[in-house]
Write a protein that binds this ligand. Structure first.
Ligand SMILES: [Zn+2]
Length: 394
């Protein structure tokens, strides 16, 4: 088995809580996994050597919340919102109409293009939700397309109640026929628990049905206002409660005393000109925080984890270390993954070499393309990121 030594790392952020940062570091990759991590001077020999040239290295970003299977465009809605109209969530229906009209090949091509866009920016694990089909067949095919791009697929039939359907009838569909059709293609079940989408009782019913079908729960909670979402997540042992923008003290306490990760999606607040979640309050309470893009055509059309890191530092009271931790280790916890999100012996060799001496530059130099090289399962993707065959193994 060929081993590769990556040395000359100026600063390695490992994501491993036991040894988070190592200066003048090296790392050995064997068979797609990290075999050794430590100071350069103690590095073992290897068959091949790659010199990082003093650059910083971080684990590949884990984007634990993205909506990538859709068609259509919402530029006009964004323009109108930036002219003063508030975000209501109703625009989802525009994307639903376009997605239903699109062929499978178009949806798959567009989703793959977004995954490649993410990869170029250092994201080596991504979760992909359905939720723009809202019929049994359109949700099923959305998830089938997602399974071609990632293992982390999420059934979000309960994104919004489609036009012309009674809410109770739709909940019955989502927890019955649609769930049965989608469960074989999904790892997770999700619901948009929000005024105007699904209330607490409906959300609990949908997640519980998903769990009975063998799926793991996660939830869109407390984005537009206070509500029961976060408490339901904690009560059901969900891996993650996502958004967490409007929290009561009881919500923060519930998160702190549960294993549920708070996944913050600052791209949504940025793109809707809304107040950001208070990450500082969550971190100070001992909650595990993740950062993700929420990449979707309506409320957050960014695929960039570095951008989210910068927003988290500037707008949400996180330190650069906390933000990078949330974008790697935190994202992995939000997906219940122990093989990604950190670099330690045994983990998948997913890593990003930054054109910078420190991970701090991700926030210090916002908007600058700092990704120098991306390794996915030990393979250097720098030359291959334009090639569709280079993705698909997330
Ligand atoms: Zn979302």
């Amino acid at each position: 088995m060929t081993t590769t030594l990556l040395d000359g790392i100026g600063l390695l952020y490992t994501g491993d809580p036991e040894r988070e940062e190592i200066e003048d570091a090296a790392l050995v990759v064997e068979d797609g996994r990290v075999a050794w991590v430590g100071h350069s001077r103690g590095a073992p020999g290897a068959d091949e050597r790659v010199d990082a040239g003093g650059r910083a290295v971080v684990p590949g970003f884990v984007d634990s919340h993205a909506h990538l299977v859709f068609a259509g465009d919402r530029t006009a809605e964004f323009q109108s919102r930036m002219s003063g109209r508030p975000y209501t969530g109703g625009g989802i229906r525009t994307t639903v109409a376009a997605t239903r009209r699109a062929g499978d090949a178009e949806l798959a091509t567009r989703a793959a293009a977004l995954v490649r866009e993410m990869l170029r920016q250092g994201t080596t694990t991504v979760e992909i939700k359905s939720g723009y089909g809202l019929t049994v067949e359109d949700e099923r095919r959305s998830l089938e397309i997602a399974t071609g791009l990632t293992d982390e697929t999420t059934f979000l039939g309960a994104h919004v109640v489609p036009e012309g359907v009674a809410a109770d009838d739709y909940v019955r569909l989502v927890t019955g026929e649609m769930l049965n059709a989608c469960a074989p293609y999904a790892r997770w079940v999700d619901v948009f628990c929000e005024r105007g989408a699904f209330d607490g009782d409906q959300s609990r019913e949908i997640l519980t049905a998903g769990v009975r079908a063998g799926l793991l729960p996660r939830i869109h909670a407390n984005q537009l206002g206070e509500g029961p979402g976060v408490r339901i997540a904690c009560e059901l042992g969900a891996a993650s409660a996502d958004h967490c923008t409007h929290l009561t003290s009881a919500d923060v306490d519930a998160l702190a005393s549960s294993g549920t990760v708070a996944t913050l999606l600052p791209g949504a607040e940025f793109s809707t000109r809304s107040p950001y979640p208070d990450a500082r309050r969550l971190l100070d309470a001992g909650v595990t925080v993740a950062l993700a893009t929420d990449c979707n055509p309506g409320s957050s059309f960014t695929s960039s984890m570095p951008f989210c890191v910068a927003l988290a530092v500037r707008e949400m009271g996180m330190t650069p270390l906390e933000a990078v931790r949330a974008a790697t280790y935190g994202g992995a916890r939000a997906l219940r993954r122990t093989d990604v999100g950190w670099l330690r012996p045994g983990s998948r060799a997913d890593l990003v070499v930054l054109d910078a001496p420190s991970y701090v530059h991700l926030a210090y130099r916002p908007g600058v393309p700092l990704v120098h090289q991306v390794f996915h399962a030990g393979l250097l993707l720098e030359e291959d990121v334009q090639n569709p065959s280079a993705v698909g193994a997330f």
